[in-house]
Design a protein around this ligand. Structure first.
Ligand SMILES: [Zn+2]
Ligand SMILES: [Zn+2]
Length: 131
């Protein structure tokens, strides 16, 4: 993202987005909710809502996954795209939805105690049992 613009979208292309501000380093969340929502774990960057434009928002659907957070997905192809706390002004973006190259890397792992037992974490980033 040398030009400061990062595009992304879902598998079918109905939902596309563009981020024109800084992206956070990637946090990998291994909690049971992320596991069920994605099949493995969530690796997500994040951006300020003010730096983000989403097109195809009529196809983007939000599922309230807990008291504090909701997850955005494309209802046409099922791609998991976003996670956010309503009112926070920021949206977490699932890293796999970004167009390559991203220039990003996993900076830490969270909720490692809850991770699926069918894979191992293979990098040296710090690991935490909760946030
Ligand atoms: Zn889609
Ligand atoms: Zn999680």
């Amino acid at each position: 993202m040398a030009d400061g613009i990062q595009d992304g979208g879902c598998l079918c292309g109905a939902v596309r987005f563009r981020v024109t501000g800084p992206l956070r380093e990637i946090v990998a969340c291994h909690c049971s909710m992320c596991r069920r929502a994605t099949g493995t774990f969530v690796a997500a960057t994040a951006a300020a809502d003010a730096d983000m434009v989403v097109t195809g928002a009529d196809t983007l659907t939000w599922f309230r996954s807990s008291d504090e957070a909701e997850r955005g997905f494309c209802r046409q192809c099922g791609s998991n795209l976003f996670w956010r706390r309503p009112g926070s002004g920021r949206t977490s973006i699932l890293a796999g939805s970004l167009d390559q190259p991203t220039g990003l890397a996993i900076a830490r792992h969270i909720f490692v105690a809850d991770k699926g037992d069918f894979y191992e974490i293979g990098d040296e980033a710090p690991r935490h049992d909760a946030w």
